[in-house]
Ligand binder design. Structure first.
Ligand code: AR6
Length: 175
């Protein structure tokens, strides 16, 4: 898409060594937990938890940035997604996560960012709806990007991958 590459891959968000930043689907306390947060903290080591303590708590929709410690990336951007139907309006809060993460990356001059599907695990957001929100907001931000040149969605399963590919195509057709 112009000078911005957007792609969807299957894999583990904690194993994306070619990306400047990876995004964490965090909890408010920025502590290790299950899912994405667990995988990121395990791979980054205890230094990440220590750095996170100074930044917590965060609110739904907010994003904060840390170093990546033992991960092969430069930074981790931590977002607190909405608990679906509880933190409302969930779609706006989810969009704010992606927008705020992207703006942080841009401000830091990062060229590439990998995102998991925020809120679609323990927080219960339906995958297809979340994929549409994510793709629409990332494409809407596109014009404001100078440093960021490469965005990647990293999905665990084949069905999740296909939903994101479809949402990305639809969002691209509408813009
Ligand atoms: N790489 C890529 N995707 C993953 C990975 C991984 N390593 N692990 C899970 N997914 P979740 P949330 C997918 O629950 O819904 C944590 O305990 C997963 O299949 O990690 O925002 C935190 O501490 C799902 O589609 O994030 C919070 O308390 C998506 O990533 C809470 O869960 C997000 O799943 C956050 O819940």
């Amino acid at each position: 898409m112009g000078e911005l590459t957007m792609e969807c891959v299957r894999g583990d968000i904690a194993a994306q060594p070619d990306m400047d930043a990876i995004v964490n689907a965090a909890n408010a306390a920025l502590l290790p937990g299950g899912g994405v947060a667990g995988a990121i903290h395990r791979a980054a080591g205890p230094g990440l938890e220590q750095e996170c303590r100074r930044l917590a708590p965060i609110r739904p929709g907010q994003a904060v940035i840390t170093g990546a410690h033992r991960l092969p990336n430069r930074h981790v951007i931590h977002c607190l997604g909405p608990v679906y139907g509880v933190d409302i309006p969930s779609d706006e809060l989810l969009a704010a996560c992606y927008r705020n993460a992207l703006r942080l990356a841009e401000r830091q001059g990062l060229g590439s960012v990998a995102f998991p599907s925020i809120s679609t695990g323990i927080f219960g957001y339906p995958m297809a709806e979340a994929a549409a929100v994510a793709c629409n907001v990332l494409l809407a931000e596109r014009a404001a990007l100078k440093a960021v040149r490469h965005l990647r969605f990293v999905l665990f399963g084949e069905a999740d991958l296909q939903l994101h590919q479809q949402a990305l195509r639809q969002a691209a057709e509408q813009t």
